[in-house]
Design a protein around this ligand. Structure first.
Ligand SMILES: [Cu+2]
Length: 119
């Protein structure tokens, strides 16, 4: 039989759960809310630009897209690591960072190196 009291308890639990979830995620900016974005496209065996630029000290959405082959990116000196296609949000300090392919993708793998300039 349907119990209204049970229903209320469930609603309360759900609200509580949602509250906890939003509370935990409050310091993380979603990809949609990032203030700038950088798109890195990979093919065999190069990134689409030699140098990418991003603003410092702001949430930046970094997108990685495989145009050809299967690649991943690691931006050395940061926490940014995207294997395959995907997006992450990063808040970076000024400087120059090396972008490398982190998936063993074939003969040109070691040549897949670009630069990210954060200023
Ligand atoms: Cu590779």
């Amino acid at each position: 039989m349907f119990s209204f009291k049970k229903f209320l308890v469930c609603c309360f639990a759900l609200v509580l759960l949602l509250g906890v979830m939003t509370g935990c995620g409050s310091d993380e900016v979603s990809v949609e809310d990032a203030e700038a974005e950088v798109t890195i496209k990979s093919s065999n065996w190069e990134f689409d630009k030699a140098t990418y630029t991003a603003p410092a000290g702001k949430p930046v959405a970094i997108h990685h897209e495989n145009v050809e082959g299967h690649h991943g990116i690691t931006i050395k000196g940061t926490d940014v690591k995207i294997q395959g296609d995907g997006s992450v949000v990063a808040n970076l300090k000024p400087g120059e960072y090396e972008i490398i392919c982190d998936i063993m993708c074939g003969t040109g793998h070691t040549e897949m190196v670009s630069k990210l300039v954060v200023e």
